[in-house]
Write a protein that binds this ligand. Structure first.
Ligand code: DX5
Ligand code: ZN
Length: 219
């Protein structure tokens, strides 16, 4: 079985205090800091860019899991690699060059991850699964925190877990959107092992919430 990882999203953190927010996550036992980059084009919202990642890097040992919700992410890979990203996730819907873009991430010495939106089939990434360290299955439509988990996306998690086995591959399966103490168990049962949670973690006691999620996946 794959190691279970918790990846709180700093999209729901206090943007004026990223240093202390990262320290809170580290103290709570989070594995990754999930960093949601939005360009106001691929998704309607604008969040933050590589400069913020670079500024945060010296203040945290957490794995920086950068989720690029940007059009043509291939133009931004080197920038995020230099800024200190450990994992870069790019959407298959955001580029006509997904194969080359994933190669570019690995060439930059970063773990490559491909993302599919709720309406995008697993088939669309079937031919690049050998190029990735992680597949991110969106469990909400990207753009905003605090939306409700879409249980129908679990069919795709199951499909991916089966494909991974069939092809003898080793990628992690991450889920993102509407993850809380209830939906996390559904996602784990379907075969996910990396769990992003934004509003659930930050709209309460961070320590307690990370621990509750940890118990839900380890219990
Ligand atoms: C959505 C982002 C998510 C978001 C999750 O576009 O990719 O990472 O922060 O937030 P919650 O956990 O509140 O759904
Ligand atoms: Zn995300």
């Amino acid at each position: 079985m794959k190691t279970m990882k918790l990846a709180p999203s700093i999209l729901s953190a206090d943007y004026a205090n990223f240093e202390s927010e990262l320290k809170r996550l580290e103290a709570a036992g989070a594995d990754y800091a999930h960093i949601d980059v939005m360009d106001g084009h691929f998704v309607p919202n604008i969040s933050f860019g590589a400069g913020v990642v670079e500024s945060m890097r010296p203040h945290s040992k957490l794995v920086f899991d950068c989720h690029l919700m940007v059009t043509n992410p291939e133009h931004h890979i080197e920038e995020f690699a230099r800024a200190g990203a450990d994992i870069i996730s790019i959407h298959v819907e955001a580029t006509p060059h997904i194969h080359g873009a994933l190669q570019k991430i690995r060439q930059a010495g970063v773990k490559a991850s491909v993302v599919i939106n709720p309406g995008t089939p697993v088939d669309s990434i079937k031919h690049v699964l050998n190029l990735v360290d992680q597949v991110l299955v969106m469990t909400v439509n990207p753009g905003f925190g605090g939306q409700a988990f879409l249980p129908e996306t679990m069919d795709k998690v199951r499909e991916l877990a089966a494909l991974r086995e069939e092809k003898g591959l080793d990628f992690d399966i991450e889920v993102d959107g509407g993850i809380d103490d209830q939906s996390i168990s559904q996602a784990k049962e379907a075969g996910a092992n990396v769990f992003v949670a934004g509003s659930y973690v930050f709209n309460g006691d961070v320590n307690e919430r990370v621990q509750t999620l940890r118990d839900a996946v380890n219990g």
